[in-house]
Design a binder for this molecule. Structure first.
Ligand code: ZN
Length: 350
């Protein structure tokens, strides 16, 4: 067995993926045809090539229009787990979903999360993959819409919906985390967990990472790469112990950052930040959770033991209950021991 195979087979949690992006590419095309949704091209390579984050977001937002019924949402949820198990031994996942994007097809918040839950419960039965759902603040809408979202989540409690996060950018094309301060404070009062997309591209500021930690009180940060560009921000982040969920392939597609030891994610890991890996938008970036480990980590200079530490951070930072986390961590320990032996044998024989 090669290191590449061992990294793919390592059990993984994925804490940063947007629900619609877990859709199988063939299902996206099939549903677009069924509902007469015009994708900008039928050529998948061209469809999934972007000129930066705003261009990607146009395609991302358009894809929501192909999901028009609860059955379709449940199917996409189920297939997304099936694919990720095969591609990278996914064992647990948390999904961002932004209910505003489903308003156009007439699906409300409770119908949306209940349909997702139907598919994900079935997938949990068949593949043993646990899950939680995180409501995403649509940053393209005014701050009051984020407060409304938190009130909706709190007013329709579901065991599987555990917190809030973010998607999109503000209409000005910025992150502006403090615009959503009131929504995050309200989420805290309702006992919801909080994470925020900040410090993603060079257009963002390291300050946004500090603001998310210090002012929004987040339990996790999504992306956060720019934190390494400011020593004071990096020190604040390290001191906080807040985990970062990073998405390597997306950084290469949206920022042109090649996988090498100087990549910001590598610098975050070496600075001692707790880092987990995820796909962000698997179908749109032609990636999967296995590839995020197998392709990115060796090129950034990391070996199997580092990958096990990163996988462990994923389970430790998960917003599941303690007993489930303990089981997931025990499974990771057992699998890591077995894979380490096999990978070493394989590498010795090469
Ligand atoms: Zn994201």
């Amino acid at each position: 067995m090669t290191l590449h195979d061992a990294l793919r087979l390592l059990p993984k949690a994925e804490l940063h993926c947007h629900f619609v992006s877990t859709m199988r590419a063939s299902t996206l095309v099939e549903l677009a045809r069924r509902h007469g949704v015009g994708l900008r091209t039928d050529d998948l390579d061209a469809l999934f090539a972007y000129e930066g984050l705003p261009d990607f977001l146009d395609v991302f937002n358009a894809a929501h229009a192909v999901l028009t019924t609860g059955d379709e949402i449940a199917r996409v949820a189920y297939e997304g787990v099936e694919d990720a198990v095969r591609a990278g031994n996914l064992r647990y996942r948390e999904y961002f979903v932004n209910p505003d994007n489903f308003r156009g097809v007439g699906i409300g918040y409770t119908s949306l999360v209940d349909a997702m839950t139907d598919g994900l419960v079935q997938a949990e039965r068949d593949f043993g993959v646990g899950f939680r759902i995180v409501a995403a603040v649509n940053r393209a809408l005014p701050a009051e819409a984020a407060v409304d979202l938190v009130e909706t989540v709190a007013g329709h409690p579901r065991d599987v919906v555990v917190g809030i996060g973010m998607d999109d950018l503000t209409p000005e094309g910025t992150e502006d985390p403090l615009r959503f301060r009131e929504a995050y404070a309200l989420a805290a009062r309702h006992g919801l967990r909080r994470t925020a997309h900040v410090g993603e591209t060079t257009a963002a500021s390291p300050r946004n990472v500090v603001d998310a930690i210090a002012e929004l009180g987040v339990d996790r940060v999504d992306h956060g790469y720019r934190v390494v560009d400011d020593p004071a921000a990096l020190a604040t982040a390290a001191e906080s112990g807040v985990p970062f969920v990073c998405t390597p392939v997306s950084t290469r597609m949206l920022s042109g950052w090649e996988f090498e030891p100087g990549h910001r994610i590598a610098r975050m890991v070496r600075a001692g930040l707790p880092v987990a890996l995820a796909t962000d938008d698997a179908v749109f970036f032609r990636t999967d959770i296995g590839r995020e480990y197998a392709e990115a980590l060796p090129a950034m200079g990391f070996g199997f033991a580092d990958a096990v530490g990163i996988a462990r951070t994923g389970f430790e930072a998960a917003w599941c209950d303690g007993a489930q986390r303990d089981r997931l961590l025990a499974d990771l320990r057992a699998a890591a021991l077995a894979l380490e032996g096999l990978a070493l044998e394989g590498l010795a024989g090469e």
